[in-house]
Design a protein around this ligand. Structure first.
Ligand code: UT7
Length: 329
């Protein structure tokens, strides 16, 4: 039994924060942001809404496209670093809004690799025959943890959500084929939010020290992201006897076009083989890959049987690659 993707959906908020807008907020320029990151604008969710709002919208698009009701879901796995609140899980809030009466679910924090972690986890429940319909969501409201006075981070990230449905199939020529995932905790100090957890519970002091905001040592993350994503992608291709010519599409985590271009170069992939949508959304953390996948499917960039490779790198450090054969006609 293989797990196949039978539905996709995504949601991005309407409000656009452009590079020009950011020029009014911090010491930056459209030229710097565009040339260093490839980002032109990002979407920002309303202040009074949380990550679950976007996750529900992405799931609703998916359920409509697949033509099933939320009652049929067995499990919801939600990858996020920006849960609506510490307790309960954001998956619980999504379950309530969708009125998915027959499922269980949980949140998963794999940083920017969260969607790959969640997809690999969900696939296991299908492959064992335990579940028939697993909803996997990647969603983040990064604007909630950004300091809009810190030009190192506030120009990079945005808000958004994407979702896929996993179901079983007996077919050999489609489905989740393989994944290699990694976690190396020495990287924690280069990308983190140190305030508000059990180590440093929120106090006036943690807020004064801005510990509730995202911190990133961009250079270190940049270097490791290129190495990590390209090494692991080459490894999984080799393991499955595939060359760059066999890969129809790489859908990479969207953190920086320079990272994507370097990885594509190392993998010997052409521009046409790589999905890039960072220009319009920035880095939506767990949202980037499922949003890009849903958009690519809408644009008819893949057909059933195509080899798709997913790859991501982020906080932890957590990274990995997945190979799948596309399964929606
Ligand atoms: O998704 C999770 C994983 N995250 C990533 O993969 C992100 C990886 N990192 C990056 O994408 C890049 O490192 C950044 C886009 C964050 C930064 O680009 P960079 O080329 O590594 O820049 P830098 O941090 O080395 O900074 C170069 C200069 C510095 O000025 P000095 O010290 O050379 O005078 C920065 O202060 O650019 C300055 N700078 C800016 N200038 C204008 C940093 N941010 C900005 C800004 N606007 N927004």
């Amino acid at each position: 039994m293989k797990a196949i993707i039978t539905g996709v959906g995504h949601f991005t908020p309407e409000h656009r924060l452009t590079n020009r807008d950011l020029e009014q907020m911090v010491d930056t320029s459209d030229e710097w942001i565009t040339s260093r990151t490839g980002i032109k604008e990002r979407r920002i969710l309303d202040k009074d809404k949380g990550t679950s709002y976007m996750a529900v919208k992405a799931a609703e698009m998916l359920l409509k496209q697949r033509g099933i009701s939320a009652d049929e879901l067995d499990l919801i796995i939600l990858a996020t670093v920006t849960p609506d609140m510490p307790v309960p899980s954001t998956a619980a809030l999504v379950q309530k809004e969708l009125n998915a009466k027959n499922c269980w679910g949980f949140d998963l924090n794999g940083g920017c690799t969260g969607f790959l972690y969640a997809l690999a986890t969900g696939a296991q429940f299908i492959e064992t025959g335990k579940h028939q319909k697993v909803l996997v969501i990647g969603a983040d409201k990064m604007s909630a943890i950004l300091n809009y006075q810190d030009r190192n981070t506030c120009v990079i990230f945005g808000d958004g959500a994407g979702a896929v449905l996993l179901e079983p199939s007996e077919r050999d020529d489609t489905g989740i084929e393989d994944f290699i995932l990694r976690l190396e905790g020495w990287g924690w100090e280069y990308l983190n939010v140190t305030g508000g957890g059990s180590l440093n519970p929120a106090t006036h002091e943690t807020v004064d020290k801005k510990m509730h905001y995202l911190y990133q040592d961009g250079k270190t993350v940049f270097k490791n992201a290129i190495m990590g994503m390209s090494d692991i992608s080459l490894k999984i291709m080799k393991k499955n006897n595939l060359t760059s010519k066999d890969i129809n599409l790489l859908i990479p985590h969207q953190a920086n076009t320079r990272i994507i271009d370097s990885v594509a170069k190392k993998l010997e992939l052409t521009e046409e083989q790589v999905v890039v949508n960072i220009e319009g959304y920035g880095n939506t953390t767990a949202g980037t890959i499922p949003i890009a996948m849903s958009e690519a499917w809408q644009k008819k960039m893949m057909k059933s049987g195509d080899w798709i490779m997913l790859s991501a790198f982020g906080a932890g450090f957590a990274w990995g690659s997945m190979l799948l054969r596309w399964s929606i006609d």
